[in-house]
Design a protein around this ligand. Structure first.
Ligand SMILES: [Zn+2]
Length: 346
């Protein structure tokens, strides 16, 4: 596969003419080229993981990754999060919390991100993390930043995989936070055994295909239904303040396409979802692109750059501009289209 791609890359026009029966191969290459151009230097990991999923067996089938519910920090999501999860060596994952915008805080490990949005009526946590990160990163992180975990009113979960949702039940139980999740992901979550890592949250707010606006005090999150990575994946568009100025964030809730196989409907659903969130982001003037994996948005690196001196003309490290936001979703759309063609999905 790799050799064929290189060959076509070297003499694409020539081969394309000679092997017109294999036109789909050059179609695949055209979409990969479009994704690569959109990725530029900013979104290399998203490009590689989505356009070449076969390079890593765990990526090709996340559900088959070892250590379900207790994936090592660099590993893939554990579907469901079953079984008690041992805490990995802290030296491999711990990161200090950072204030990223006036009212927006990063509470991630070096691999996975959780965020706090501060409103006039309390806090919204966007994604949690593995259960073992709830206390050191979210609860202690908020406290270290001068915020009160008892002010958590909502926990919004982008999708029901253990690396993003295992903290939800604990925050719900301890602080009375309402958990918000896509309808289909609630269904899979509620099927987990009571012994699942982090426990099982009680169903609070269910987001259907039409999405919803979640308002707390002075802040509204536009929750966009983006099924694909999981059937209930949610993505978001919301405003934050940068030194008093409003900046709009687009948040990509689910990334990998590995398990779709030849099911064209699933590929099409994923692609339509990326187009939907891209459109919502454009409509709201989003200039910040976030993910729940630092691998995709460089959140851990950028969070530490907030305090660094900015050269003349340099913007806030998380601001990539409206075109930069759109390029991210172009990478997702083009790679998914290439992968769908490559596997011969029908
Ligand atoms: Zn996932």
């Amino acid at each position: 596969m790799r050799a064929r791609r290189v060959l076509i890359g070297l003499s694409g026009a020539l081969l394309g003419a000679a092997l017109s029966a294999q036109a789909p191969v050059s179609d695949v290459d055209a979409h990969i080229a479009a994704a690569k151009a959109a990725a530029g230097l900013d979104y290399r990991a998203t490009f590689v993981n989505l356009c070449f999923p076969g390079a890593n067996p765990a990526l090709a089938n996340p559900a088959a990754a070892p250590a379900r519910g207790a994936a090592p920090p660099g590993g893939r999501a554990a579907a469901g999060g079953r079984g008690a999860a041992a805490t990995p060596d802290r030296a491999t994952w711990y990161a200090s919390p950072y204030k990223v915008f006036d009212n927006f805080y990063w509470l991630g490990t070096r691999q996975h991100s959780s965020w706090a949005l501060r409103t006039s009526e309390g806090l919204i946590i966007i994604d949690t993390n593995f259960a073992w990160a709830t206390e050191p990163e979210i609860i202690d992180g908020l406290t270290a930043l001068g915020l009160d975990p008892r002010q958590i009113k909502y926990v919004v979960i982008s999708h029901a995989h253990g690396d993003h949702d295992q903290g939800a039940a604990e925050l719900q139980k301890r602080f009375g936070a309402k958990v918000v999740m896509g309808a289909a992901d609630w269904e899979s979550t509620l099927q987990r055994p009571a012994t699942a890592a982090g426990g099982v949250p009680t169903r609070d707010m269910v987001v259907g295909p039409a999405g919803m606006k979640l308002t707390l005090g002075d802040t509204t999150i536009d929750i966009v239904s983006t099924p694909g990575h999981t059937p209930g994946t949610l993505s978001y568009v919301f405003p934050v303040k940068d030194q008093g100025r409003t900046v709009v964030v687009a948040y990509s809730g689910g990334t990998l396409t590995g398990a779709f196989g030849t099911n064209a409907a699933r590929w099409d659903e994923y692609i339509a979802s990326q187009q939907r969130i891209a459109q919502a982001a454009a409509g709201a003037g989003a200039t910040v692109l976030l993910s729940n994996h630092s691998e995709y948005d460089n959140a851990y690196t950028k969070a530490r750059l907030i305090a660094a001196k900015r050269e003349a003309g340099e913007d806030h490290p998380f601001v990539v501009g409206a075109a930069g936001v759109q390029r991210y979703f172009t990478v997702m759309t083009e790679c998914a289209t290439a992968s769908k063609l490559r596997v011969g999905a029908k």
